[in-house]
Design a protein around this ligand. Structure first.
Ligand code: CA2
Length: 148
């Protein structure tokens, strides 16, 4: 099984500032633990981070025919991007949305996600563990057809 993992804007700054909100793990730490969990499951990952909405749209489109599902932390584009949502609908691949922080317990503007209605599920508030929980949910969904 091949999956695409996408990290949105500013997530390359993890571990540098705001550890009280996002934890102390760097993006490299998160990617390493995802790679390790995926390898245990016999899953191959393509992992990309971009600060650019169009690059993320391109990655989602290019996943068609190459990946069976997408794990995405859209960062701030979660709350703004109809383009990312449309791309997800266009490719029709199962998507799990993850966030480090609990977006429902922060500023009001973070509560709304354009991605959530087109994702299998949204997992947030578990720090870097959100990604591992999201990976598990996505793999389970693809293997069993359930929402994991
Ligand atoms: O909690 C999450 O995972 C977020 O997707 C992170 C985004 C934020 O805009 C979303 O509302 C929730 C922001 C990532 C910014 O990461 C930083 C890392 C270090 C220092 C400052 C920001």
């Amino acid at each position: 099984m091949k999956l695409l993992v996408l990290h949105g804007p500013n997530l390359n700054m993890l571990g540098v500032r705001e550890p009280e909100v996002y934890g102390r793990d760097t993006l490299e730490d998160i990617n390493r633990s995802l790679e390790s969990a995926a390898a245990d499951q016999g899953v191959e990952l393509r992992i990309r981070q971009s600060n650019h909405e169009g690059v993320l749209v391109d990655e989602i489109q290019e996943a068609l025919g190459r990946a069976e599902g997408i794990l995405i932390n859209p960062g701030a584009y979660t709350h703004t991007s109809i383009a990312l949502r449309d791309a997800i609908v266009a490719v029709g691949l199962p998507v799990v949305e993850v966030h480090l922080s609990d977006i429902h317990a922060r500023e009001h503007f973070r509560r709304h996600s354009y991605i959530e209605p087109v994702a299998l599920t949204q997992i947030c508030g578990h720090g870097s563990r959100s990604y591992l929980l999201g990976l598990e949910a996505l793999v389970d969904h693809i293997r069993t057809g359930s929402e994991g």
